[in-house]
Design a protein around this ligand. Structure first.
Ligand SMILES: Nc1ncnc2c1ncn2[C@@H]1O[C@H](COP(=O)(O)OP(=O)(O)OP(=O)(O)O)[C@@H](O)[C@H]1O
Ligand SMILES: [Mg+2]
Length: 279
């Protein structure tokens, strides 16, 4: 079951920029889906269609199999289901304090004061920001803002969480913490859609991967299929995960017998190397 699906969507910005062309994107319920692409490829533009912030110039967006409608009531329903964490936290955070910011969404859902407090506490704790409750969001560091923005969406408990480059600007530990949280949420049943430039992390958690370039999807499949297409990866100004790149060099330059598909994670590479040297 595809919980989100776009059918041939195209989008042009008011200044005439054609940002998306015939995009067919599917997110299977309960999975983690990654969208990769260089700067300006259309990742953020596509994501803004998932909860109706942008309306396609042509084509349609389906949520749970039903075409999204754009009247106020229908959009409210869509936004209760689909939570988007924006690429730039400054586009999201607006309240005078962290706690008010995170409480805003759940309060608008009409939940009781106790339930709102519970959700705010849990979400801030989950992203490691509970000590910053009283602080003004604009006094936080970039990575801290990002975490609070994630907490704000978490507190709404959406069925689908869409995160536009959630790990950019985070330190390595912070990035893997966020991914761990997303992995846990996914285990609990949430569908997760993320865009990223971090090709090393994608194979660890993504069920399916899309590559977008110049507004078009140019590749889709599981991580092995997508990263197995080295030519397309490079044409899109992306790179292989470092581990796969090392295996490629060992094969091509050092003539070691590591053929494609190259391992994508340290675990897979370790096994392949051990098998080779133990023979
Ligand atoms: N508000 C806007 N008005 C006009 N053009 C826009 C607007 N926002 C984005 N664009 C253009 O649309 C195209 C897609 O931009 P988008 O932000 O979706 O790319 P992206 O893949 O998210 O890039 P990045 O990796 O830098 O975040 C780009 O050519 C960009 O210049
Ligand atoms: Mg973007």
């Amino acid at each position: 079951m595809n919980i989100i699906e776009t059918k041939d969507i195209a989008y042009s910005y008011p200044d005439g920029t054609k940002a998306l062309e015939k995009v067919n994107f599917k997110a299977e319920e309960g999975k983690i889906i990654a969208l990769l692409g260089p700067n300006g490829a259309g990742k953020s533009t596509l994501f803004l269609h998932f909860n109706g912030i942008l309306r396609p110039t042509s084509g349609k967006v389906l949520l749970n199999g039903d075409e999204i409608k754009y009247d106020k009531k229908a959009l409210m329903h869509v936004r209760q289901n689909v939570g988007i964490v924006f690429q730039n936290p400054d586009d999201q955070l607006f309240a005078p304090t962290v706690v008010e910011d995170v409480a805003f969404g759940p309060m608008n859902l009409g939940l009781s004061k106790e339930e709102v407090e519970k959700r705010v506490d849990e979400s801030l704790k989950r992203v490691g920001m509970e000590e910053f409750k009283k602080k003004a969001p604009h006094h936080l560091s970039g990575g801290q803002k990002k975490r609070v923005a994630i907490a704000g969406i978490l507190a709404m408990n959406p069925r689908i969480m869409v995160l536009d480059e959630p790990t950019s600007g985070l330190d390595p530990k912070g990035a893997s913490q966020i991914l761990k949280i997303l992995y846990e949420l996914n285990k609990e049943g949430m569908t997760i859609i993320i865009s990223t430039h971090d090709v090393d992390l994608v194979p660890l958690y993504a069920y399916s991967v899309y590559i977008i370039s110049k507004g078009k999807i140019i590749k889709e499949g599981n991580p092995q299929e997508v990263f197995g297409d080295v030519k397309t990866i490079r044409e899109a100004n992306l790179r292989l995960p470092r581990i796969a790149h090392l295996m490629e060099i060992l094969e091509k330059e050092d003539k070691l017998p590591f053929d494609k598909p190259y391992p994508l994670t340290i675990g897979e590479a370790r096994k392949k190397l051990k098998d080779h040297f133990e023979d």
